[in-house]
Design a protein around this ligand. Structure first.
Ligand code: NAD
Ligand code: UDP
Length: 308
């Protein structure tokens, strides 16, 4: 198949391009390189099945493709809050442009949505049926509400225009090719530990997240896209739940770093807890994560040792 991956030069997008090419597909990678980089896809430059296009998804584009994976959007809080209006435009207009193309060329189209649609969840763990608890006017809203509106657009195009959609809600994912300075917790802690700098825990460190290793996530993407039982939304994430303090301790143990833990103010609207209910992924995709946190952290630390 010919497959378009928007955001293909980013952390998740570049792993997805690798996997799609390994499966024998042709890949068009569309990216404006805001948070992604050519370095993430440099190893693909000589692959004749791979094509990179520098383009912003808020402007329309046309490609004859069989499938579209829409991943274009900054994902780390400092990056998506850098230009919040642009973040909302990227989610909403990017979704409209992907859906318009999918409608025209009859391609199946996949949306990378997020656990952020659940906001600061009052239901724990979060099933797909939970409608969420999102502040519509806070600093995270540009991302959360942009992604919620994108889901709305996907389901309206599906109902109104019979567009063949798939929607995944991704929970915190980590692994090689995360940007060392993108401000997310796993990359921050690893870089700080490797450099011997203080480990910055925001708040008391008792807030929880569930961390999925990138290879597990990409397997879930492919399984969702290549089946016809469900269009989603479907949670893909690792139900193992850790406090930020536990994450810091894990990173310190594996890196054998002497870094000290320090506490910094908690950003506004920071969700207190997050853990996916993956019943639907197990049922429809026969998917569950395989890589435990300690193993995934080891692989990620090995990567970051070559970068810092
Ligand atoms: P990333 O920042 O590494 O990748 C995003 C990519 O999109 C980058 O290459 C960036 O340059 C590109 N991009 C941003 N705005 C664009 C625009 N207007 N036009 C074209 N390209 C644009 O982040 P990631 O972690 O790889 O996330 C990929 C997708 O998965 C995002 O949509 C994100 O919201 C979603 N997601 C990721 C996570 C996670 O834990 N990594 C969790 C939930 C959802
Ligand atoms: N966090 C932290 N120290 C850091 C970066 C993040 O304690 O250096 C916390 C952050 O406040 C949040 C959690 O780690 O509670 C996950 O943050 P991240 O930005 O990775 O993802 P998100 O909040 O979007 O889930």
């Amino acid at each position: 198949m010919r497959i378009l991956v928007t955001g293909g030069a980013g952390f998740l997008g570049s792993h997805l391009c690798d996997r799609l090419l390994a499966d024998g597909n042709e890949v068009v990678c569309l990216d404006n390189l805001f948070t992604g980089s050519k370095a993430n896809i440099a190893h693909l430059a000589t692959n004749t099945n791979f094509e990179f296009v520098r383009h912003d998804i808020i402007d329309p584009f046309k490609y004859e493709v069989d499938q579209i994976y829409n991943l274009a959007c900054p994902a780390s809080p400092p990056h998506y809050q850098y230009n919040p209006i642009k973040t909302t435009k990227t989610s909403v207009m990017g979704a409209i442009n992907c859906l318009g193309l999918a409608k025209r060329v009859r391609a199946r189209v996949f949306q990378a949505s997020t656990s952020e649609v659940y906001g600061d969840p009052a239901v724990h763990p979060q099933p797909e049926s939970y409608w969420g608890n999102v502040n519509p006017i806070g600093k995270r809203s540009c991302y959360d509400e942009g992604k919620r509106c994108a889901e709305t657009l996907f389901f309206d195009y599906h109902r109104e225009n019979k567009v063949d959609i798939r929607v995944v809600r991704i929970f915190n994912t980590y692994g090689p090719r995360m940007h060392p300075n993108d401000g997310r917790v796993v990359s921050n802690f690893i870089v700080q530990a490797l450099k011997g700098e203080n480990i910055t825990i925001y708040g008391d460190g008792q807030q929880t997240r569930s961390f999925c290793y990138v290879d597990d996530l990409i397997e879930g993407f492919i399984r969702l896209m290549d089946q016809t039982e469900t269009v989603g939304p479907i949670n893909i994430g690792n139900p193992g739940e850790f406090t930020m303090l536990e994450l810091a301790e894990n990173v310190l143990k594996i890196t054998k770093s002497k870094s000290k833990i320090v506490h910094k103010p908690l950003p506004s609207d920071d969700p207190r807890q997050r853990k996916p209910d993956i019943t639907l992924a197990k049922k429809y995709l026969k998917w569950e994560p395989k890589v435990p946190l300690a193993e995934g952290l080891k692989r990620t630390i090995t990567y970051f040792k070559t970068k810092v």
